[in-house]
Design a protein around this ligand. Structure first.
Ligand code: ZN
Length: 369
């Protein structure tokens, strides 16, 4: 059974009238659908240009939606009018063959765009903001797995990750989570909990350590590769003085500095307990070594220091405190202090010419506590 396409004399007058009305209504739909297009599109194209210029490109889909809604309204009115005429005739017991066609034709043949033009244009709601990846269960599942590299890949790469965090559209990514490689710690951003301690601290293989002080496993493996890279490049041996520092260790370190140079000077070179990147297990203070190792202050002028400035990012490390950025980082330049953020983010940091992690992630500067 398809739609009724011709008059059937076997039908009762009432059913026959309804069938004829349906047939004519169907024709009306087709006629309007064809006639509406060009008549409407020119007006809506003008609206489109004005709207797009006034409100930006995200409104680009509005004219198509408007056109669709107007067409639906026009079709609906035409069908209602045609049906009303036919049903009225059937109720009056008219001969279906003598159905008042001219009245129906008037509806069908009238310029279909005119009633549509006269209709109020629907007021569309403001287009919604771009959906956050935090609303995507597939992404939040990867995020909550704790796999930093997989999370960055899932959001579309390191630059997409950085951009999403910096613009505030990914609030589920926390720069305060001490377990993530993208954690940002500074004088305004202490560890939470203050006595946080990572669970996977290990000593890096094949690296001279002047203290029994380890790094989180990925940072340790990256330091091993970095030290090998420097040696292979002929830059000399890189050792390190210290890496992970516990909360209690920071307390004693800071207190010692305050005793020697006072609070003001100590705050420029040593973090208060709970505010040091070293507590993350992702920061290391390197030293240049020959037969014996030099001091932190020897790094800047050493061949090892020069190599690290150019190549540390290739291993996922950045120089966290550089010349001229004390106003943002809160620390005097430290050529020896390397911070692991993973190879993906470190490449974007390097390629983008960033000099502070605060600016990288769109955070305010932290010159003081
Ligand atoms: Zn350090």
């Amino acid at each position: 059974m398809g739609r009724v396409t011709s008059f059937d004399p076997e039908l009762s007058p009432r059913r026959a009238a309804r069938a004829e009305a349906e047939r004519r209504a169907t024709e009306a739909i087709e006629v309007v659908a064809v006639a509406e297009k060009p008549a409407m599109s020119r007006r809506l194209q003008r609206e489109s240009a004005v709207t797009a210029a006034g409100r930006g490109t995200r409104w680009a889909s509005q004219p198509r939606e408007t056109r669709r809604r107007v067409a639906v309204l026009a079709l609906g009115l035409t069908v209602i009018a045609a049906s009303g005429v036919a049903i009225g005739a059937a109720r009056a017991g008219s001969d279906p063959a003598a159905l008042a066609a001219p009245e129906v034709v008037a509806v069908i043949e009238g310029p279909p765009a005119v009633p549509a033009e006269g209709l109020p244009v629907p007021v569309l709601a403001e287009a919604p903001a771009p959906a956050s990846r935090c609303d995507d269960p597939a992404f939040t599942s990867v995020l909550s797995s704790g796999d930093d590299a997989a999370t960055i890949a899932a959001i579309g790469g390191a630059e997409a990750f950085r951009s999403a965090v910096a613009s505030g559209i990914a609030p589920c990514i926390s720069l305060s989570d001490p377990n993530r490689q993208w954690v940002v710690v500074n004088k305004k951003r202490p560890f939470d909990p203050s006595d946080y301690r990572p669970g996977d601290i290990v000593m890096p293989d094949g690296v001279r350590a002047l203290k029994e002080s380890g790094l989180r496993r990925q940072a340790a493996d990256a330091l091993t590769a970095l030290v090998r890279g420097a040696a292979d490049a002929g830059a000399g041996e890189i050792g390190y003085l210290s890496a992970f520092r516990s909360y209690t260790n920071q307390q004693s370190t800071y207190a010692e500095r305050v005793a020697v140079v006072g609070v003001e000077a100590a705050d420029r070179e040593s973090a208060r307990a709970g505010f040091s990147e070293h507590q993350s297990g992702l920061a290391v203070d390197i030293v240049p070594c020959d037969r014996s190792c030099g001091t932190l202050d020897d790094v800047a002028a050493s061949s090892q220091g020069a190599w690290v400035r150019d190549h540390a990012w290739e291993y996922g490390y950045i120089t966290r405190y550089v010349e001229g950025r004390t106003d943002v980082s809160g620390y005097e330049p430290e050529a020896w202090h390397l911070r692991y953020i993973g190879t993906d983010l470190a490449k974007v940091y390097h390629d983008g010419g960033y000099t502070t992690l605060e600016e990288f992630f769109g955070l305010p500067g932290a010159p003081t506590y």
